[in-house]
Design a protein around this ligand. Structure first.
Ligand SMILES: C[S@@+](CC[C@H](N)C(=O)[O-])C[C@H]1O[C@@H](n2cnc3c(N)ncnc32)[C@H](O)[C@@H]1O
Length: 297
């Protein structure tokens, strides 16, 4: 079930992100719960646990997953979404992450839940999966860690079967260039501690950039949904939870920096969300059933 495959040719940037998650994953789960992503709040007073599962549900809704489907979860954290998707739809899931600690936890979490999982240390750009082997590529809050977005879209298209779906959720930049420069001029100093709090290798891009690279890679149908308003309570929940679990956090590796990330870091992040500088989006794209039947544009 759990083949040892390591990835080669990774860059220093990829290494830095992998190391960050190796060190912080345990502490992060104390604050964020099973999932390491924003919650999607249908109601402002929903719990974080309900909202993070709600994000997974919303992302894959209507995508036709079933027991014959094979999902590739890119940046699978500790396997929570993979396990959830299998339990809900019966699908087979391959989870990959550059974090060896994340993969170790995912394998532990999958014990006793059947043989529908494979968790592998691998980079998003070198998944190692055969061409046309997946029905869905699911990338939750991980594309923002990948510098070469076009290469990520191309790798996703390669492993998808014809008609397969690409599902991405990510924090995004929301201002146009002029708005971005104006915001940076007025609030630059505030962004420095936020950048340090949230760790290395995060690329904030406009939703349009994702869509453009998707089309460029060869996806024909691309849908973007703005989730910004519905994820905002996440930051309050993280801050509140970090205060509640402060003592337990301090006993973990990177507990102190994780505490700062979810207290001071959440405060700055809330500010940039309120100002409309950052937001959150869902992208769904589909590989055409028979690409050659469509004439080139
Ligand atoms: C914010 S966490 C999201 C985890 C999970 N998708 C979730 O929603 O709970 C980002 C994940 O992406 C992984 N990751 C970061 N860069 C990656 C890369 N280049 N290739 C594969 N995984 C990567 C991290 O190790 C971590 O598991």
């Amino acid at each position: 079930m759990s083949k040892e495959r390591t990835f080669e040719g990774r860059t220093h940037a990829v290494d830095a992100v992998a190391k960050h998650y190796d060190l912080t994953t345990d502490a992060t789960h104390l604050v964020m719960g099973d999932h390491m992503h924003f919650g999607l709040f249908a109601n402002q007073d929903d719990s974080l646990a309900k909202a993070t599962v709600g994000m997974v549900d919303f992302a894959v809704a209507g995508c036709g997953l079933g027991k014959h489907s094979h999902v590739l979860d890119v940046g699978c954290g500790s396997g929570s979404a993979a396990i959830y998707l299998h339990e809900k739809f019966g699908c087979r899931v391959t989870g990959i992450s550059t974090s060896a600690r994340g993969i170790e936890l995912a394998r532990k979490n999958a014990v006793g839940r059947g043989d529908a999982f494979e968790f592998v240390v691998a980079d998003a750009l070198r998944t190692g999966l055969p061409a046309e082997s997946c029905d869905m590529v699911f990338i939750m809050e991980t594309a923002c860690h990948v510098r070469d977005l076009l290469a990520l879209m191309r790798e996703s298209l390669r492993v998808l079967k014809p008609g397969g779906r690409l599902v991405i959720t990510d924090p995004v930049a929301r201002k146009d260039l002029a708005g971005h420069i104006a915001f940076m001029l007025m609030n630059g100093p505030r962004l420095v501690p936020m950048k340090f709090a949230w760790g290395p290798g995060i690329h904030m891009r406009n939703p349009g950039t994702y869509a453009m690279h998707c089309h460029q890679a060869g996806f024909r149908t691309v849908e973007l949904i703005d989730l910004s308003e519905h994820v905002k309570p996440s930051m309050d929940r993280w801050e509140q939870r970090a205060l509640e679990v402060r003592d337990a956090l301090m006993k973990t590796s990177e507990g102190r920096s994780t505490f700062r990330k979810f207290t001071t870091g959440s405060e700055h992040l809330r500010f940039v969300f309120e100002q409309g500088f950052f937001g959150h989006m869902l992208l769904r794209a589909r590989k055409h059933q028979s690409p050659r039947a469509i004439p080139a544009l």
